[in-house]
Design a binder for this molecule. Structure first.
Ligand code: ADA
Ligand code: CA
Ligand code: CA
Length: 240
C-alpha cells in the first residue's frame, strides 16, 4: 500500500471498534428499544396453541389477566400462551403483566417454535421449556426480552433448545437449565445460544447439573457481569 493511501485510510482504520472475545463477545450489543404497545388484549385463560398449529399475532399485544398471575417473582403463575409439541407462536408482543409468559412443550421428532415475539416487561420468567426429550427441539428465533427481575428462558426438560438471534436488556439470567436439583439432577439439558445481543444483565447462560451442555456463539454483549456460569460439572463452550 502506498504511503499516501495509508495516510488517507488511517482515520477509517482507527474508527473500527475493536472486538473482545471474552464470554463469546463478538462486539458491543446494540439492542433495539422496547416497543410501547398502545393497547393489549387481556388473556383470562391461557391460550393453547395446539400441536402442529401456528398462532400469528400479527404484531398485536397480549397481557395476563389476574387469574394467570401478576408477573411478580411468585412461582406457580400460569402462562399467557402454551405451545403443544410442534406448534409455532409468532409476531406476538407480551405486555405487562406477563405472568409466566410462554410455556413450550416439545416431543420426539418435533420442533416447537417461537419466532419474532417481544416481551416488554418479563414476568416471573419469559419462556419455559416444560417437556421434551433429547429427540425433540425448541427453537426461539429473533425474539426480544426486556426487564427480567431474574430469569428469561427457563429450561426444565431435555428438549434441545436453540436461542437464535435474540435480544435482551436488563435481566438476571438470560437462559437457565433447571437448577432445583443441582448436582443430583441426572437430566442432560442442552441449550445453544447462537448470535444475538445482550446488555445490562448478570449472566447469559447458567447450567448447574452434571450432564448439562451448552454452547454460546457469536453474541454481542455490553455490561454483562458474569457471562457464563457452569457448576457441578455442566459444560458450556463459548466461541466468538
Ligand atoms: C424455579 C424452580 C424451578 C422451576 C422454575 C420455573 O427456578 O426452582 O424448579 O420451577 O422456577 O420454571 O419457574
Ligand atoms: Ca421460577
Ligand atoms: Ca416460571
Amino acid at each position: 500500500m502506498k504511503l499516501l493511501t495509508l495516510i488517507l485510510l488511517l482515520p477509517i482504520l482507527l474508527a473500527v471498534p475493536s472486538c473482545s472475545t471474552s464470554g463469546g463477545n463478538a462486539g458491543n450489543a446494540n439492542v433495539q428499544p422496547a416497543p410501547k404497545p398502545a393497547s393489549a388484549t387481556t388473556v383470562h385463560q391461557t391460550i393453547v396453541v395446539a400441536a402442529g398449529k401456528t398462532f400469528d399475532g400479527g404484531g398485536r399485544a397480549y397481557k395476563a389477566g389476574k387469574k394467570l398471575g401478576d408477573g411478580s417473582q411468585a412461582e406457580g403463575q400460569d402462562p399467557v400462551f402454551l405451545l403443544e409439541p410442534g406448534a409455532t407462536l409468532k409476531n406476538v408482543v407480551i405486555a405487562k403483566p406477563a405472568a409466566d409468559g410462554v410455556h413450550v412443550k416439545a416431543a420426539a421428532g418435533k420442533t416447537t417454535r417461537v419466532l419474532n415475539c417481544i416481551w416488554t416487561d418479563v414476568g416471573e420468567d419469559a419462556l419455559t421449556v416444560m417437556a421434551g426429550n433429547n429427540q425433540s427441539k425448541v427453537l426461539v428465533d429473533s425474539c426480544r426480552f426486556y426487564h427480567a427481575d431474574d430469569k428469561v428462558v427457563q429450561v426444565n426438560a431435555t428438549a434441545w433448545t436453540t436461542l437464535q438471534n435474540c435480544e435482551a436488556a436488563d435481566f438476571g439470567r438470560f437462559a437457565r437449565s433447571n437448577g432445583a436439583h443441582g448436582s443430583t439432577d441426572p437430566l442432560a439439558y442442552r441449550i445453544d445460544i447462537e448470535g444475538g445481543q445482550f446488555k445490562d444483565g448478570d449472566t447469559i447462560l447458567k447450567m448447574s447439573s452434571p450432564n448439562a451442555q451448552g454452547t454460546v456463539q457469536g453474541i454481542r454483549t455490553t455490561n454483562i457481569k458474569t457471562p457464563i456460569a457452569a457448576d457441578n460439572g455442566a459444560k458450556i463452550t463459548v466461541s466468538p
